[in-house]
Design a protein around this ligand. Structure first.
Ligand code: ADP
Ligand code: MG
Length: 224
């Protein structure tokens, strides 16, 4: 059944970042996707559902940068409790894209997390190339697939030359879709974040092509 057009919906398209494990790259990919969308002239909103507020703190740093450099693209981020997800989404109709960053330990908020994922157009499950990450994220992907939620793993912090990269890739492919773009382990990613920026804020960024490709993939999957 075709999904309703953006104008007919109470909120914009939703891309959600989710994984049961901390440190896999949810917040990092969320901010880079937000900036990619803003560069495509979309009105974007981030909602930070993680009480740690990583995405929101990044936004506050970005606002300070924007005071000095007004050309820096505007990306709004608000905070919300995951239990309040319905009301958080209600006021997002003016945005083309809403990017949801979520906390780890999904088992604590299982019902809310599942409902939120079901409301999303596309769920990105970032995963490192370690056995621990694979153990944590594969049951979650299986749950999403069973619930009919469109989702894909994104391998993050990768080093293609390692055996663990190949092993993780093989194991993830046995369970669910894998984004064809993986994100290497790169200093630029956390250095830019510390300044309230994303990789694509820099014209000659090392990982610029990678994040452009990631954006093309997620935008298509979310039918933007
Ligand atoms: N591809 C990457 N290369 C280098 N550092 C990364 C990369 N992805 C994430 N990081 C860093 O790893 C840490 C955890 O990432 P984060 O996005 O906060 O994970 P999560 O939101 O899943 O807990 C952060 O310090 C972030 O800057
Ligand atoms: Mg986070």
């Amino acid at each position: 059944m075709p999904r309703p057009k953006a104008a007919a919906r109470p909120h914009g398209r939703i891309i959600l970042l989710s994984s049961p494990k901390g440190g896999t790259g949810k917040s990092s990919l969320a901010r880079n996707i937000l900036v990619s969308a803003a560069k495509s002239d979309m009105r974007v909103l981030g909602i930070d559902f993680d009480p740690q507020g990583t995405l929101h703190k990044w936004f506050l740093r970005r606002e300070q940068v924007r005071e000095r450099f007004p050309d820096c693209l505007q990306v709004e981020v608000k905070v919300a409790a995951i239990g309040e997800w319905r009301s958080a989404l209600k006021t997002t109709g003016e945005f083309d894209l809403v990017v949801l960053d979520t906390p780890p330990s999904i088992e604590i908020h299982y019902n809310a997390a599942m409902s939120l994922c079901s409301a999303a157009d596309f769920v990105v499950v970032p995963c490192g190339a370690t056995q621990d990450d694979v153990d944590a994220s594969t049951p979650w992907m299986a749950t999403l697939i069973q619930a009919g939620v469109p989702a894909a793993f994104v391998l993050n912090k990768t080093n293609r030359r390692t055996k663990s990269y190949e092993t993780a890739r093989t194991k993830l492919l046995q369970v669910g879709p894998l984004c064809p773009v993986e994100i290497p382990l790169l200093e630029d990613i956390h250095v830019s974040a510390g300044k309230g920026l994303a990789v694509l804020d820099f014209a000659k960024a090392k990982a610029g092509d990678t994040f452009d490709a990631l954006w093309s993939y997620v935008a298509r999957e979310a039918r933007l």
